[in-house]
Design a protein around this ligand. Structure first.
Ligand code: HEC
Ligand code: HEC
Ligand code: HEC
Ligand code: HEC
Length: 182
């Protein structure tokens, strides 16, 4: 019994340790992900993202319309500098510099790591090829389609000042980026 408790205790510590490591993962930015995710064979995830509205989510905050929305909400700063707007339009704004790779740019908007998690530990090819290892290194796991929909709705909801009803299936068809089946 004591042995078991010691073993469990040991794994408990390992788990806490792993979580702390994950909490330190850095955002590496879409340029880094794109190195391996733009070929035809890989499924052109970079191009699909680039052509989606998500890549323009920061630019949308630099428009006159955005500033008018921000002003109407009583915000003191322009939209592109207001955390109240940036929270859904970018990642990594105001984050400790130590957690950002040199190539990371928050102006890339809603990028790969917004949805997949900070990539510094899982972006290595030997880990990437193994889903289990990637997930333990910080890749976000989606249990099923319902979990994906729920995740989208953390931004696609009434808190968006220009909210349109979010139709998950239509939206997902527009942005999904599967690896082609061989
Ligand atoms: C050094 C090359 C490389 C880099 C850099 C890289 N990946 Fe990958 N990634 C791969 C390979 C190879 C696979 C396996 C693809 C397959 O299934 O054929 C993969 C798989 C994936 C998967 C699918 C995992 C699964 O099994 O469901 C996701 C999601 C992913 N990468 C996201 C990212 C993100 C986000 C970044 C940037 C933080 C990134 N990758 C950077 C090479 C890379
Ligand atoms: C971090 C917040 C965030 C998450 C998570 C997110 N989105 Fe978005 N999405 C946005 C923002 C912001 C825009 C508006 C970009 C713009 O036009 O500037 C947008 C725009 C879109 C658009 C284009 C506009 C439209 O309504 O047709 C589609 C499609 C879309 N998202 C689908 C999805 C899907 C599917 C998911 C889940 C897999 C998802 N999004 C997750 C923030 C997010
Ligand atoms: C809860 C997340 C969320 C917050 C907070 C948010 N947005 Fe957005 N924003 C979105 C999403 C999602 C979209 C895509 C359209 C939609 O809502 O379906 C979007 C789209 C936009 C667009 C593009 C609309 C178009 O012209 O196509 C503008 C401009 C915009 N937001 C401005 C703002 C401003 C300004 C703020 C801050 C006052 C803000 N947003 C805060 C999620 C958010
Ligand atoms: C709006 C959220 C969102 C963005 C942005 C996004 N992804 Fe994904 N991605 C997903 C979801 C959700 C899945 C499906 C995961 C699943 O089925 O387990 C996925 C799946 C993948 C897969 C696996 C596809 C397969 O067939 O197994 C790869 C590879 C991938 N994404 C890479 C990227 C890269 C690279 C970028 C940036 C260029 C990116 N993603 C941007 C949400 C996103």
């Amino acid at each position: 019994m004591l042995y078991h408790r010691l073993v469990l205790g040991f794994f408990g510590i390992v788990l806490i340790f792993t979580n702390t490591v994950n909490a330190q993962n850095k955002y590496v930015g879409v340029k880094t992900c794109s190195m391996c995710h733009k070929s035809e064979k890989q499924g052109k995830q970079f191009d699909i993202w680039k052509n989606s509205e998500h890549s323009k989510a920061f630019q949308s905050l630099t428009t006159l319309k955005a500033d008018e929305i921000a002003k109407a909400k009583g915000l003191k700063k322009p939209a592109a500098e207001s955390p109240e707007c940036l929270e859904c339009h970018v990642i990594g704004f105001g984050v400790d510099e130590k957690l950002l790779d040199k190539k990371f740019n928050y102006k890339d908007g809603v990028q790969c790591e917004t949805c997949h998690g900070a990539g510094s530990e899982y972006k290595i090819i030997s880990i990437m090829k193994d889903k289990k290892k990637s997930v333990s290194a910080g890749l976000r796991e989606f249990k099923d389609t319902a979990a994906i929909e729920e995740f989208c709705k953390t931004c696609h909801n009434e808190k968006s000042p220009v909210y349109k009803e979010f139709k998950f299936k239509e939206g997902w068809d527009k942005i999904k980026h599967s690896v082609p089946k061989p």
